[in-house]
Design a binder for this molecule. Structure first.
Ligand code: PLP
Length: 350
């Protein structure tokens, strides 16, 4: 047995149900098989057929001219933002969006781009009124409003297409471009029951994560116009993200597109099952959005409940006061049942 298989076995026994994030999905045997047999080349020379195939496929699926494969969603977003904006430009972004909160202000640090955070509405969207108020006049005192940066889903909340369009219309009318952080784009179209193109149409560029609910180990893809993606490809080089035989990773993403989109509705179904079980206990507020669930226990129970769940083999993230739980393809009905039983046993023991 190799060192690594030993490590995996230990982790598996300790943790039965990992609800911390859908980033914890691991490639299954079938996915590893296509990775192992992927035809590869040097992608910096544009010669990796599997990467080229993935990019062409997603561009077509999203109704855009071209696509670029990135190591991470953060880099894909940053390269896109840098392609849309120059130094001294400003992006209008939701104050709870990943591009504002969770990407270490990369656009400001590395590209001299100002971030203008706008308070989001309860549904996670930015209202058209807020967009209109945020757009600055052309005045030498001000940064230049250049890009509206959206997200869907937002903390699992699915934003309807009409709602997005009411905000993007204001942006477009004022000459701004629109970028959509679609880390969980496929969860959004699953719940919206629409075609990928219908949602992708709302934005000039869309970043799509392969490594969350879709279950690939690594990778995001940016789609957009030929011109924009060419600039983003250059930015990827600047940011150190151009990879060589990355077809091994693109193969996993292609496998995920073929096999793992359909299962996303199962994640939403299981989130509802867990939510129903928690609501039946009636011990705290329960909110559910696509594959995410937020449970707020009484403050005095937060730490001990967290510990009890961990001892029962159920991992939950550190968020507080609401505990965030994320359903994904490595949680089946059986492991979900372990989580439900652990919640029940905690409250029974009080
Ligand atoms: C995960 C995530 C990203 C990208 O994250 P990486 O870890 O860099 O791949 C971007 N936006 C949102 C909303 C995310 O959840």
């Amino acid at each position: 047995m190799s060192t690594y298989s030993g490590m995996t076995a230990t982790t598996d026994t300790d943790c039965i149900c990992d609800l911390r994030s859908d980033t914890f999905t691991r490639p299954d045997d079938a996915m590893r098989k296509v990775m192992a047999s992927a035809i590869v080349g040097d992608d910096v020379y544009g010669e990796d057929p599997t990467v080229n195939h993935l990019e062409a496929r997603l561009a077509d699926m999203m109704g855009k001219e071209a696509a670029v494969f990135f190591p991470t969603g953060t880099q894909s977003n940053l390269a896109a933002i840098m392609a849309h904006c120059g130094r001294g430009d400003e992006i209008i972004v939701g104050n709870e969006y990943h591009t504002f909160c969770d990407e270490a202000a990369g656009a400001s640090v590395l590209a001299g781009i100002s971030l203008n955070p706008i308070k989001t509405e309860a549904g996670g969207e930015i209202s058209p009124v807020s967009v209109a108020a945020a757009i600055k006049e052309d005045d030498p005192h001000y940064a230049r409003s250049r890009l509206l940066c959206l997200e869907n889903t937002v903390g699992g909340r699915v934003i309807p297409i009409d709602t997005i369009k009411s905000a993007t219309k204001i942006a477009k009318d004022n000459g701004l471009s629109v970028h959509l952080d679609g880390a969980r784009f496929f969860h959004a179209i699953t719940d919206l029951n629409c075609k990928a193109k219908d949602l992708a149409d709302c934005a000039d560029s869309v970043s799509l994560c392969m490594s969350k609910g879709l279950g690939a180990p690594v990778g995001s893809v940016l789609v957009g116009s030929r011109e924009l993606t060419a600039q983003a490809r250059r930015n990827r080089k600047i940011l150190g993200g151009s990879m060589r035989q990355s077809g091994v990773l693109a193969a996993a993403a292609l496998y995920a597109l073929d096999h793992n989109i359909e299962g996303l509705s199962e994640d939403h179904r299981r989130a509802t099952l867990l939510a129903d079980a928690l609501k039946a206990l009636d011990v705290g507020d329960v909110k559910i959005n696509s594959n995410m669930l937020f449970f707020t226990p009484a403050p005095e129970h937060h730490a001990s409940l967290h510990d009890h769940m961990k001892k029962s083999g159920v991992m939950i993230g550190g968020q507080s006061p609401a505990m965030r739980m994320v359903l994904h393809r490595d949680i089946n009905d059986e492991s979900l049942d372990t989580a439900i039983k652990a919640f029940q046993s905690y409250y029974k023991s009080l």
